[in-house]
Design a protein around this ligand. Structure first.
Ligand SMILES: Cc1cc2nc3c(=O)[nH]c(=O)nc-3n(C[C@H](O)[C@H](O)[C@H](O)COP(=O)(O)O)c2cc1C
Length: 327
């Protein structure tokens, strides 16, 4: 079943961000109204080689911990990178029968050197036949929805108009497009022009635009003829972007406390360490951001988090906005 078709439009997808969009943060974004979430990129090869040894080997691996999700996150998509269809088929089998995720996404957008060198991620934009083969193999081997997250091109913004229809013809149920080329990385501004054109060419495929959505109002401004938008960086420290309702400082304190407790429950001390960078995002724009940042990057326990929350002046008060500047 193509779950993408079942979501009310415009779809608001939490874009995958390695190191940030773990189960904890995804479920927070889901609470604020994200319609679907995606894991960070996970190696199809790593899943394949672990499984080849034994299922137990995979279950004990870091790779497996990246794939785990909570029921409340659904619909949840596992994003895979790699280049070998056989590895994708094995990984998809596990994702469908053991994890029971809702979809699998093929990463065609990552332009990190190491990934490109291996012929993975955006490198496949220079070998679309291989990407097509992967999508076809996935469609034949699993009933899960198959999406692709890509860029507008490897070096030219118009490439998407050629390879996008090929990905759809191979069976991609949804195509999520970041309006920058791989060569651009994160430089310049995202250009959505060809994403709108792609949707005109593919009216029956779910097309989701991505890049530089900064606030809730941008969602409607940008979505136009598309089926939805994916929001990445603007959700960091502001997961309420999906609802458009900015919290009062007392609500923000409750939110951070909830995220900290969930992080601790799911990952123990490591969850608190990983929370550090989220706190830095939450406190961006605060009057005393520098002090809060310094304290945030030292936290090791829930008690440390509580101590920081006391500095924000939002503890125990529903009306106090002290310390909180428009974030
Ligand atoms: C820290 C970071 C990690 C990212 N990791 C991934 C990833 O694992 N998979 C992926 O497809 N895109 C990844 N991206 C790209 C984002 O999903 C998104 O396409 C990009 O940030 C543009 O959207 P935005 O302007 O809303 O942030 C990452 C981006 C950032 C900033």
């Amino acid at each position: 079943m193509n779950f993408w078709q079942q979501i009310k439009k415009p779809i608001k997808l939490l874009a995958p961000m390695a190191g940030y969009t773990d189960s904890v943060f995804r479920s927070i974004c889901k609470d604020f109204g994200a319609d679907a979430v995606m894991t960070e990129l996970i190696s199809a090869d790593a899943i394949y080689f672990a499984l080849k040894k034994s299922k137990e080997k995979l279950l004990k691996s870091k790779t497996y911990s990246l794939m785990q999700f909570q029921e409340s996150e659904r619909p949840v998509v596992i994003q895979l990178f790699g280049k070998d269809p056989e590895k994708f088929i094995v990984a998809a089998g596990f994702i469908e029968t053991e994890l029971k995720a809702d979809g699998i996404d093929l990463n065609l957008g990552c332009s990190v050197k190491k990934v490109l060198k291996s012929g993975h991620g955006a490198a496949l934009l220079n070998d679309i036949d291989q990407a097509v083969l992967i999508i076809k193999s996935l469609k034949e081997s699993t009933k899960l929805s198959i999406s692709v997250k890509t860029r507008t091109g490897f070096s030219d913004q118009s490439e998407i108009l050629k390879f996008g229809p090929e990905l759809a013809a191979a069976g991609a149920d949804a195509i999520i497009v970041h309006g920058r080329t791989a060569k651009q990385g994160f430089a310049g501004e995202a250009d959505w022009t060809n994403i709108y054109k792609l949707k005109e060419m593919l009216p029956d495929t779910i097309i989701i635009g991505n890049g530089d959505i900064k606030k809730y109002d941008d969602i409607i401004k940008r979505v136009k003829n598309l089926d939805g938008v994916a929001i990445g960086r603007a959700a960091l420290g502001r997961p309420w972007i999906f609802s458009g309702k900015e919290p009062k400082s007392s609500e923000l304190v409750k939110l951070i406390r909830k995220q900290a407790r969930l992080a601790y429950k799911m990952k123990g001390k490591q969850g608190i360490i990983e929370l550090r960078k989220h706190l830095v995002w939450y406190f961006k724009g605060f009057e005393n951001a520098l002090e809060l940042r310094k304290a945030s990057i030292m936290i090791e326990s829930l008690e440390d988090v509580e101590r920081i929350l006391h500095f924000t002046s939002g503890v125990g008060s529903d009306s106090s906005e002290a310390g909180m500047v428009q974030n």
